[in-house]
Structure formats: C-alpha cells, structure tokens
Design a protein around this ligand. Structure first.
Ligand code: EPU
Length: 332
C-alpha cells in the first residue's frame, strides 16, 4: 500500500481536471483495506478506477483509494465457456485485447472503453449492443460497512442501463475482482449500426472494427479530456417520442424500441438538433463529432466550465423537448 498526501489527480480523471485530494492510497490486496493505518486518513473515502466516468467538481478534502489488484486468471482454458477472474485494477481494454488474442468471444464489442475492470462492473459499461452484465457471472467485493469480503451473482448485482446495485449502494461495496465468462464458440454480435457486414472471422477482427468505429466518433483520450458520453440516453414513452418529433418540425427521430412501450432516444440527437454541437463555456465544449460528449477542449477547462456547459445543454434540450437529460457522469 502506498499513501500520498496533497496529491494531484489530473492523471486519475480522463476529463483531466486539475484538482487535488488530501490523500491518495494505492492498495495491492483486499487485506490492506482492513489496515488500521487507513482509519487515520482524512475522510470521506472515495474509491476510483481509471476516473473515466467522474467529474471532480473541485479539490477533494478526503482520501481517494485506488486498487492495484490487477491479475487476470483464466480458470480453465479447456472449457467451451472460459471463466476468467479479472482484478478491479486491470485496465479494461488491456483485458479485452488479451482475451481477443486468446480467441475468446464475449468482450470484443466492449473494446477501447476507457477505465478499469472494477468500475466497469459498477457502471455496467456498454457499447455496440453489448453490456458488461452480459458476460459477468459474479463480482467479488469488500463490504465497507460489515468490513469483510462478499460475493454477488450477476443477478444480485441488479444491473440496468449504466446502473447497478453497487451504484445505488452509495459506495458500500468496493469491487475487488470480476468473474467474466467468455466463449470459445463464435458469438459475434453485429446488430449495431456500423458493425453489419464486417469481418467477423474471430474476436480480434471484430475488436478491430469496433476500435475503428470508436476512433472515428469519439475523442482520443490521449489528446482530449472527456468522460465519453456525458449524458444517458433518455427512456421515454411513445407519446413523448411523437411530441419530440413535432417539436422538431416532424423530423424522423432516431430511437431504439424497448419492452413495455418505451423507447430510448439518443441524447446525442436531442443535443445536436438543438444546434449545440461545438458550443462552449470557457475551455469546455460539446464535441463536434458526437454531441453526447463534453470535451476539455482547451486542456485547461475547469469543473465550473463543464458544469456551466452541462446546464446550458440540459436547459436548452428541456425547453425545446420537455425532456430532462440525466447525467451519466458521476460528480465527486
Ligand atoms: N446522433 C446525432 N448526433 C450526433 C451523434 C449521434 O444525431 O452528434 C444520433 C444518430 O442518429 C445516431 C444516434 O444518435 O445514430 C446514436 O449515436 P451513437 O451510435 O453514436 O450512440 P449513442 O447512443 O450516442 C451509445 C453509448 C456510447 C456507446 C455507443 C455505441 C450512451 C449514452 N452512450 O452512444 O457509450 O459507445 O452507444 O454503442 O448510452 C459511454 O457510455 O461513455 C459511451 C461512449
């Protein structure tokens, strides 16, 4: 375990906010979470992964904890369904790349998503028709209330769209590792627009197509700070969809049909059709190529620039369509 005081967090959040925390702890094993030394550190405590879905709204007065539990264990490579245990601190895309190299199916559509495996299981990351919940068998955690380890089956994780029981528990559980189930048998998932007709001869071929698609739409995290999608895609009823179309002058509104008479409308379309692409507040801007993404365009954007831009976007979309956009990003 390593403890750093008055620590710069700019390399621990993909928005590249220049904020600090009173204390930063990197731990290497679950047992270290029981260390009496931790009790002496400034509160509150907050666990982070790669900081790929967080907005630090200012300096953090407490202690940030980060897992360095980064093993990948293939439980039995001989099976058709290969169980793999992935430490919470594993960089998600390094895991995906490795499993594709082994010819294992299941994670390839989730290529190039920034962040680490533990946070991926909390956030239920998703892309191109697949969510991580589809390949999770179980999650091993530390219960910060009972101060002991515990395990959950996928069903117990209460997964929804970018949501889980972990997210709802207010930080009670810290993910230690995730049990993923991959397949030796070909299982390409190519329904999503942009993936139809691609080379699906192996998981690596699909991964390459997903990487190319993401690179064409999303900012390069090495160059431009962002958290990917800033907003969730709103789920509404069919009459709201009709109202949106009317408000947009009878436009054909893109949407995905969900069970129970609901539809999901891309937040990107709502924002784009309000003419907000490229609009900015200070150093923050709505990304030109994908309107659901807010970027740190100048590299020097402050949390307040991002918050002002968020407000402008939500206010504009609400006054035009009567839909209150919900953040996907988590404030810290
Ligand atoms: N669109 C616009 N303007 C834009 C961009 C998109 O009108 O600037 C419309 C288009 O009609 C397009 C539709 O919105 O067909 C959907 O866009 P896209 O396929 O890019 O997907 P999305 O719904 O905006 C979601 C996830 C992404 C994920 C992609 C691919 C959410 C909020 N976002 O975006 O997730 O990569 O699908 O599966 O669910 C993330 O969570 O950080 C993330 C990037």
């Amino acid at each position: 375990m390593e403890i750093f005081r008055d620590y710069d967090l700019s390399l621990h959040n993909t928005f590249r906010m220049k904020v600090r925390c009173a204390c930063f702890v990197e731990y290497d094993s679950p047992d270290e979470l029981l260390s009496p030394e931790l009790e002496t550190l400034p509160k509150p405590f907050k666990h982070i992964g790669g900081g790929a879905n967080l907005l630090f709204t200012g300096d953090f007065p407490g202690t940030i904890l980060h897992s360095r539990i980064n093993h990948i264990k293939y439980v039995d490579m001989g099976l058709d369904e290969v169980p793999v245990i992935v430490g919470a601190g594993v960089v998600w895309d390094e895991f995906v790349e490795q499993t594709c190299r082994h010819g294992l199916w299941g994670a390839e559509n989730l290529s190039l998503i920034p962040g680490e495996a533990g946070a991926a299981a909390v956030q239920n990351i998703g892309a191109y028709g697949v969510e991580i919940k589809d390949i999770i068998s179980g999650v091993s955690c530390f219960d910060n209330v009972e101060r002991k380890r515990c395990k959950f089956t996928a069903a117990e994780c209460g997964y929804g769209y970018r949501d889980s029981m972990f997210k709802q528990s207010g930080g009670r559980y810290t993910v230690l590792s995730v049990l993923i189930r991959l397949s030796r048998k070909p299982r390409p998932r190519l329904e999503y627009k942009g993936l139809e007709g691609i080379d699906a001869s192996g998981p690596m071929a699909v991964r390459n197509a997903v990487v190319a698609l993401r690179q064409s739409k999303l900012p390069d995290p090495a160059e431009t700070g962002s958290v990917g999608s800033y907003f969730k895609n709103p789920v509404v009823t069919a009459d709201v969809l009709a109202r949106v179309s009317d408000a947009a002058g009878g436009a054909n509104v893109p949407h995905y049909i969900l069970p129970g008479g609901f539809v999901k409308i891309p937040a990107a379309w709502l924002i784009d059709s309000c003419g907000l692409k490229g609009s900015s507040e200070g150093g923050a801007a709505v990304y030109e190529r994908q309107a659901v993404i807010i970027i740190n365009r100048s590299g020097d954007a402050t949390p307040s620039d991002i918050l002002r831009l968020e407000k402008r976007v939500t206010d504009t979309v609400f006054s035009r369509y009567g839909i209150a956009l919900e953040r996907e990003v988590e404030y810290v």
